[in-house]
Design a protein around this ligand. Sequence first.
Ligand code: ZN
Length: 352
Amino acid sequence: MGLGEDHEGAGYLPFEFLGDFLTLISSEGKVFQGLHYGDLNWCGNYSLDEMYALEWQAWLGNGRKTLGDKVGTLLQFDIDSEPERGMEVVRLLEKSGIRASVMVFNNRINRRELRESGKVHFTDYDLDFGLLNSLATKGHISVGYHTNAMEQALWNPEASLEIFQKDVEELRAKFGSIEIFSPHGGIAGPSKTNNHDIPMTSHLQEEMKIRWVHNRRAPRFNSAFSDGGFSNPNRPEARLDFVKFASALLPRQRARVLIHPQYFTFPHGDVNIEKVPIHVLRESWYQEILGFYRPDQLRWAKLNRLETSSVGGQFASSPWLGFPRNRNALASVVAPLGARIVKWISRAATRW
Ligand SMILES: [Zn+2]
């Protein structure tokens, strides 16, 4: 994500909103198929110029067949800050048995300190290695390196590659296998370079047996959602409407969903309602979520932050009720025209 403070905020959404989504994925086994990056077939290729196209061809050829009529949902969790919240999410993954990729730092940089003093200091970053390891060993999750090597190297490209290699080695000592990486949206250097400007080469990827999977370089998806930049006022708030995105997913397609656990509360914890950006607070999709999971907080926000006189706003039903909505709506519209048209639409949709 961008250069702002969008990784600093915490607790904008109720934890149970995410929990209910994951439960839905696992209980709706006929609708969704959870995926992680370890499920992709790269055809043994590590070339930055070739591997993404080869993987996509392999997916269209054979990989997609494993979905049947389901929606392929690749979940990626970036553990940027607030690792305890990230571990709560990993515990949810364990409970629901859902496949996902989890991106972790080797060392976490104090963002403010780097921005203000230009110095790299590491912060606490407590991960539950036992839990991550046991899920990774079972193949439920794949753990990746969330690289901040350019920041660590104070944006010196050559030095960043050395740090990259050291970090991966240390992470492998902790996790066994690290086969993927994604650059963190960190503080940009004087010449505006950031972690995604690391001068990675195909040769080094092959030598290290690691692949770049997100942020600047990534495999292809039919659609993608990211909650990154939650508090960034330049980001259209409607794009954060996760329910709408999830409702529009189509069978036999592959979607990537990127979630930052720091944006969620602890289980049953209060939303950080005073810090939720006002443009998000005004959105009906946001109020629907808050009104169901934290009705008192929605009432408070309406009175005190939106300054409305109406204090209504309790939502009796889950935002996930009737999910996936749009697909149902589509079916009800086209059903009278016959199954042939439904078939044609879904076939055409997979090409879009
Ligand atoms: Zn990040």
